[in-house]
Design a protein around this ligand. Sequence first.
Ligand code: ZN
Length: 160
Amino acid sequence: MTIKKHSVVTMHYTLTNENKQTLDSSVGSDPLTYLHGAQNIIPGLESALEGKKAGDKLNVTVPPEKAYGNYDPKMIQVVPKSEFQDIPNLQVGMQFHVEGNHGPMLLTIKEIKDKEVVLDANHPLAGATLHFEVEITEVRDATDQEIKHQHAHGHHGHDH
Ligand code: ZN
């Protein structure tokens, strides 16, 4: 069975950046299961998996525009430090989830000044070219409920 729209794919993956640092890996723990064609994973990886089958191994290089987008300097914002007075030990690199106009956003503290805090709303991997080493372990058809929910269920998937 080859991967097509509404296949449920189980795979092991290792994600590295251009400096060959490992950013994330499923090897040694549970594999990732996702619903193909539902934008559950980044577009560049999803399109590379199209037509592949269980047992296939592939190396995929994904440019930023097909991963987490290009780095956008306009997504830097400066807010008064007083807005963070409830947070002890404010540090550069701390991350916050906030509700944005287009859904949840992750903000990272980029700089702390005397009276202001510089926040970066770019995805931490924005602008990065990503390398995936993938081994597909299972491909099956999605159930009607999975298609309705637009994500994979069951073993290693969502439990509802
Ligand atoms: Zn569901």
